[in-house]
Design a protein around this ligand. Sequence first.
Ligand SMILES: Cc1cc2nc3c(=O)[nH]c(=O)nc-3n(C[C@H](O)[C@H](O)[C@H](O)COP(=O)(O)OP(=O)(O)OC[C@H]3O[C@@H](n4cnc5c(N)ncnc54)[C@H](O)[C@@H]3O)c2cc1C
Length: 437
Amino acid sequence: MTSPRDKFPTDDHGWAELLPERRATAPLTGSRRVPWVVIGAGLTGLACARRLAQLHPDDEILLLDARRVGQAASGRNSGFVVATSHFPGAIVAAQIDNYRRVNRINQAGLELLSRQVAQHEIDCQWQREGFIHTAAGETALREQQNFLRYLDTMEAEHEVLDQAALQQRLGTSHYRGGVHIADGGLVQPAALVRGLADTLPANVSLHENSPVYKVTDGKPLGLGLAGADLRADRVILATNFESVSLNFLRSRIVGSTLAGSFTRILTADELASLGSLAEWGAISLHSGGATLRLTRDHRISIRNTAEYHGSVLLTDEQLARRQVIHRQAFERRFPQLAEVPFEYAWSGVEGISRNGTNFFGQQRKNIYLAGGYNGSGVSRGTAFGTAIADYASSEDSQTVSDCLASAPARWMPPRPLLDLAAFFIVRSRFKGVGLDR
Ligand SMILES: Cc1cc2nc3c(=O)[nH]c(=O)nc-3n(C[C@H](O)[C@H](O)[C@H](O)COP(=O)(O)OP(=O)(O)OC[C@H]3O[C@@H](n4cnc5c(N)ncnc54)[C@H](O)[C@@H]3O)c2cc1C
């Protein structure tokens, strides 16, 4: 017999695997009637619950997640906290207002996270010194020229780096060009979401391992859970691509599965071969390129595969096969570390729409939704989550207006055609995955 939990498969891999054990909060049980329920305790849901608690100090806010905090995309991403998004291709004059709108949202999320991490002293390797966009081959070098024109137009502070400067900073001669963006951050993503979850306001009750399998209309709304009878005045869905399993965003969003590996902790000599920076993040200007980090705890992480895999994680056997691709890319960049083994591998699923848009607004009466950030949801998800709390509470803000202006998502065909369409959408989004030339 299948249980609602089976619809939310997970594993213990990823950045959470590098952290000490954390005890999950208890699943929701019993009969409850509350003013607010937020479903999904990723960055969107955590930000939403925090903001709702602030706006409604006398209300109880229930925050439910099907898994443990840190096991979904919010705890498995590469930890780039983006201020200025990269829109591939030549700058399009008619899109300049849109670029500015998205960057305002990013900036709002970055500021929120910065404040929350500082206020609650969240131990998550947070740094806000920007990161580097890299170009290894001709395609990426051409894209760098587009990107530089865009950064000038956005007036985003940046520094152009040549091969020697990149070698000096990152310890690899693989990249022939790059751009350091001054604003933006890096973080240990699982430590961030755990820290956010553990410092929620007192009127938020977080229940992990509590999958919601149904939301029914009415006054109040009804929520189906295995061990609880729950009613709510308002529900916010922060359920990313899994909104589909609750019958929202059907044919509008799918999950793309990405995978990466971590080395063991590097020795002092190995670190010394890696240039002048104590920690860094390097993200490719090639759509299929690798994302790399040197973490504060002295590991290199490399993520360079992305595929449509039915919106679920990879099995251990599949991960082992992807790790061969990670290994090739790693040794190409760091031949001096060819003897350094990988210690961990992980996969994660991000929500993508056909036209790269995000979702924000009211879905049905008293049911709101925010999500689907196409691989860029750390800062943006935080801003969307905060803004959806404002919107559902009839509060206005620049971020609410900016989120509301997200373009409608383009339609995708139903299954089984969806599988085929999603395969091609993901393949074209990450063209040349693993090659980075
Ligand atoms: C490998 C990888 C690398 C990435 N790198 C970056 C990066 O460097 N920078 C960046 O900005 N973005 C990155 N992203 C994207 C980013 O992680 C996501 O956009 C962001 O975390 C989405 O946050 P979210 O809270 O909306 O969704 P999620 O983190 O997916 O959270 C949704 C939550 O809802 C829960 N849920 C779903 N359905 C139900 C239900 N029915 N009942 C109860 N709970 C439910 C899930 O268990 C989950 O915890 C990356 C993503 C991946 C996978």
